[in-house]
Write a protein that binds this ligand. Sequence first.
Ligand SMILES: Cc1ncc(C[n+]2csc(CCOP(=O)(O)OP(=O)(O)O)c2C)c(N)n1
Ligand SMILES: [Mg+2]
Length: 609
Amino acid sequence: MDNSPTANNTSPSQTSLPDTGLAQRMTPSEALVETLAAHGVTRIFGIMGSAFMDAMDIFAPAGIQFISVVHEQGGGHMADGYARVSGRHGVVIGQNGPGVSNCVTAIAAAYWAHSPVVIITPEAGTMGIGLGGFQETRQLPMFQEFTKYQAHVTHPARMAEYAARCFDRALFEMGPTQLNIPRDYFYGEITTAISAPLNIERGAGSGRSLDQAAALLASAEFPVIVSGGGVVMADAVEQCQALAERLGAPVVHSYLHNDSFPASHPLCCGPLGYQGSKAAMKLLARADVVLALGTRLGPFGTLPQHGMDYWPSHAKVIQIDADARMLGLVKKITVGICGDAKAAALALSQRLNGAPLACDATKQARHDDIQTEKAAWERELDAWTHELDEYSLDVINQHKNEPGNFLHPRQVLRELEKHMPADVMVSTDIGNINSVANSYLRFEKSRSFFAAMSWGNCGYAFPAIIGAKVAAPHRPAVSYVGDGAWGMSLMETMTCVRHHIPVTAVVFNNRQWGAEKKNQVDFYSRRFVAGELENPSFAGIAIAMGAEGIVVDRLEDVGPAFRKAIDLQMNAGKTTIVEIMCTRELGDPFRRDALSKPVRLLDKYKDYA
Ligand SMILES: Cc1ncc(C[n+]2csc(CCOP(=O)(O)OP(=O)(O)O)c2C)c(N)n1
Ligand SMILES: [Mg+2]
């Protein structure tokens, strides 16, 4: 049965075509592809499928490269990395059913990274839906928790309209949107116009709230700025810096936004949150006024760390976020400003420049305090060559009797920090060593750090950096990955090789799912279940896939191996996996807040308490 819509059942009176541009006769596939091109799409990540083959067939003549990946989840993370570095849309597509469901984790991750990813989800055809055919399911519910907008193409003639709305809303709301298309709706003939991107600007926020914020800052004795992801996304570092310099205020990065203020700036104190900077935490604890610029102040990112409950509960908080729903959601605030971080920072500077500030008198003293705290933290990091808890000391001793040479993760991370190339982009995964890395990752410019954000899925970092490299081929691209997470993502090395996308992966091989094992150390009397990993040679697998592989088991080789990998990436177009043999020592746990000691009531489990 031919259920393709034809000119007869797509009469213009049934549709509400956008009134911009010239309506023309075309197919829905052409309408989709033309809309992608109108929104500047030049790359789509995914795996081919019959469901969208009619559109895919004309990607190339529309100037769109289809980057065929190994697994759709990887494609989704690549679209995310692409969007995070470029500030433009990342696009992922897959076959209806399994190709689409494979993307769920990636879209959830993109949602929490605030990435404008558009997922195109071809669905079972309208004449088959509900009959239990092949690869058939309802695809909107799968993504409803992780999208800012979901379009279901209700009629082929509305393809361009819905597609354009997905692109406009992904950027405006800074998050994923879904374009769900019944697969028969790619076919037929329609009359449609292709609309240009809307490009809606966000303002600085209301004048009254900005006045209140300026007055509060003018009266502050010890203002501190928390610079968040909104500063990165709004390209607002310069404006944040001007404000910080006027106030003489320390600037701390919100959790995993270490690229939201230049690390070498004298006022930059490093990141808050898990394995963050003690200098940042100690200075924030002294604040009487906090300016939270472009941050939702997420609960995980302000948990106590290093035994310090540093959030200044008595301080007055000014929070600026582009999403009004984030204002006052987690932390109590005094002034909430719904606005763009750049425009708001500029508006505040204009109000404060030339005005007397209560903190002017202490500018030099505060500056000295900041330098003292920063220097103390650097000294502490230099001396902190390995973990010092009882379990870590035990395994370090055990390693001495094992064949092979194993390195302390902290020393490795310090070495890597020293050898980071200028303009580097780094993605990090979820795991113990990756979390410890937070203390050692410093950036001079924004759009450089792509950590797995609040979704926290292992397997994020490697595909994300591949997408970032596609968007910024001239920049060195590095991902940090634990050995467990590497098992989930290493197959995308084939994508790098097949499509000539050279990157560098640093794999921390500690032969365990370390971050979770740490909970068994702290809460389950070292009853290790499911934490040990018997690994093949990851360097060997890399070579078998057509990449380079280097094993490092001496500290003095870390820098040279890493530099060689970067050189191969930038000058020979080669992907290299640097496999670093690490001890099984483990840094502070991830979720001490969320676990408690086990209680067993049944006799048979009494030994498990
Ligand atoms: C997809 C997914 N599965 C499971 C987890 C739970 N989890 C968090 S960290 C972790 C261990 C990571 O191990 P590895 O990548 O080897 O890094 P390490 O902790 O050893 O440094 C696991 C299993 C998760 N976050 N995401
Ligand atoms: Mg591991």
